[in-house]
Ligand binder design. Sequence first.
Ligand code: NAD
Length: 281
Amino acid sequence: MTAKIMDGKSLAEEILADLQKKISQLPVAPHLAIILAGDDDSSLIYVRNKQKAAEKIGMQTTLFHLPENVSQEEVLNIVDHCNNDEKINGIIVQLPLPKHLNSNLIINSINPQKDVDGFHPYNTGLLQNNEKPYFVAATPLGIMTLIKQVCPDLSGKNVVLIGASLIVGRPLATLLLNQECTVTVTHIHTLNIRELTQKADILVAACGVSKLVKKDWIKPGAILIDVGINRENGKVCGDIDFADIVEKAGAVTPVPGGVGPMTVAMLLHNTFQAYLLQHNL
Ligand code: NAD
């Protein structure tokens, strides 16, 4: 058996083409504000990718690129400005922020109706309650869309997540639970992870450890989602050892070209939804 490759790049292109068509029919382009503090290499690349994708589909972006030593008050003032500017529909704060800034306080100051990253407690709380939040975080949303392509009925599936971060593992666990999956969330302190992953119908690796998942970690035919973006000898690779598992898995997302492009597409999907929400459409 050779695993089906889940092509996130093509699916993201379809989603973006559909958004482009819808945006071309609007009187004003949806507008995304991006707040970035400092010059972290990865953050600069991610922000540029988001801006490029947005511009390509006719969406406006404004980048507030602040110095590394920006004060908490200055960041909060910019969030406040974006909250009150009717021309701005969505606001994201590129994480991680420099250590002296209080990320929670800054995220919590975003208007939940403009929180297109879905990190505000209002949105995460509604998700937790299995109610409809304004926005769900882009990476988990992209992952759910990819999984649904190969497994439309998730009820009763045994899912194991490696990684319990606020931006991937936790919201994804909730989304899967809300779809009646049995979810096990593992992290750096979990003992005997392999014994858990071997039983997974669906395994999501989001821990940032290069090629951690090998073929003896997985059940034959399992669906594998690789969220990791790691650099090894100048090349990007995931948290799953693709070459090792490809003959045993049922389906797998490649890195690059899997979850990454879906994250960008879902962020822009959320920004479009924010525009509709704010225009009562
Ligand atoms: P994080 O550092 O916030 O969290 C990592 C999680 O993995 C933690 O819960 C930690 O306990 C766990 N972990 C670390 N090492 C582990 C190990 N050896 N075994 C089990 N668990 C372990 O990271 P994050 O922001 O969630 O990102 C995780 C990875 O996903 C990174 O490589 C990041 O670059 C990538 N990422 C990709 C996208 C995308 O769009 N493709 C989006 C977000 C993050």
